[in-house]
Design a protein around this ligand. Structure first.
Ligand code: NDP
Length: 222
C-alpha cells in the first residue's frame, strides 16, 4: 500500500508519515523546505517538495506522481491564521494566506491527484470541528472556521466526483492535538490522534464517502 501525506514536515502530518512507515508502508511525503524533506527521508519516506499556495509547486506534484497509485492520500497542510475572538475581520493578507492554504490548497492537491487514486482508495482532508456550521461552539478564529467550512465543501464535491470511481473521501477532525497549531492546552498527543485516524481510515467503506468524522469515529454535522 502506498500512502501520500501532503504537508508532513511536522505535527499531525509528520506523525502520519512516521506511523505508516513504522507499519512498513511505502510513504510519499511532502514538505516545503529542505529541513522538512530531510526529516521525512530519515523515516524512510520518499519525498517531494510541495507548497500548496503555489500553483507551479502543485503542478510539480501532479507530474511527479503521474502513474503512481495512492491507496491512501492525506491532505494535511493547513494554517490557523489570526487567533481572534468574536467578530474581528482579518486583514486582506491574513485572509489570502489562510484561504489560499486551507481552501485553494486542497482543491489543487485533489485535482492533481485524481488520476492517481485507484478504485478503493481513501482520501482524507484534515478539517476541524471548528469548521462545522451545524455544531458551532463559539466564534474564536473566525477566519480559520470559515476556511475549514469551505474546505468541507471542497471535500464534499470531491466525494461526488471521486466516489463514482470507487474512491472514499472524508473530512476529519483530529481532536485538539498537541502540535504547533494546537498550542498550549491541547489535550491529545499526536500519536493518539493519528492512531485513531489510521483506524478510522482502515475501516472506511464506500458508504462513508462524503462524510465528516471525528478521530473517535463519531460523525460531525457539516
Ligand atoms: P502544524 O501547524 O503543527 O503543521 C502544519 C503543517 O502544514 C506543517 O507541516 C506545515 O509545513 C504545513 N503547511 C502549512 N502551510 C503549507 C503550505 N502552504 N504548503 C505545504 N504545507 C504547508 O499543524 P497541525 O499538525 O496541528 O495540523 C495539521 C492539520 O490538522 C491542519 O490542516 C489543521 O488545520 C488540522 N487541525 C489541527 C488541529 C490541532 O488541534 N492541532 C485541530 C483541528 C484540525 P511547514 O513546516 O513548512 O510550515
Amino acid at each position: 500500500m502506498t500512502v501520500l501525506v501532503a504537508g508532513a514536515s511536522r505535527g499531525i502530518g509528520f506523525e502520519f508519515a512516521r506511523q505508516y512507515r513504522a507499519d512498513g508502508r511505502r510513504v510519499v511525503a511532502t514538505a516545503r523546505d529542505e529541513e522538512g524533506l530531510r526529516k521525512l527521508q530519515a523515516l524512510g519516506c520518499e519525498t517531494l517538495p510541495l507548497d500548496v499556495t503555489d500553483a507551479a509547486s502543485v503542478a510539480g506534484l501532479g507530474w511527479r506522481t503521474d502513474g503512481e497509485q495512492f491507496e491512501v492520500a492525506i491532505v494535511n497542510a493547513g494554517v490557523y491564521g489570526p487567533r481572534t475572538d468574536g467578530l474581528q475581520p482579518p486583514s486582506q493578507d491574513d485572509f489570502d494566506l489562510v484561504m489560499r492554504t486551507n481552501v485553494l490548497g486542497p482543491m489543487r492537491v485533489l485535482a492533481a491527484l485524481q488520476e492517481s487514486l485507484p478504485r478503493g482508495a481513501r482520501v482524507i482532508v484534515l478539517s476541524s470541528a471548528m469548521g462545522s456550521i451545524g455544531q458551532r461552539a463559539g466564534a474564536s478564529g473566525w477566519l480559520y472556521r470559515a476556511s475549514k467550512a469551505a474546505a468541507n465543501s471542497v471535500l464534499k464535491d470531491a466525494s461526488m466526483v471521486l466516489g463514482s470511481r470507487g474512491v472514499s473521501c472524508i473530512a476529519v477532525h483530529p481532536g485538539w492535538v498537541q502540535t504547533d497549531m494546537g498550542g498550549a492546552g491541547a489535550t491529545l498527543p499526536p500519536e493518539r490522534s493519528v492512531a485513531d485516524l489510521r483506524r478510522l481510515i482502515a475501516n472506511l467503506t464506500p458508504e462513508d464517502n462524503g462524510r465528516f468524522y471525528s478521530h473517535d469515529g463519531s460523525t460531525i454535522p457539516w
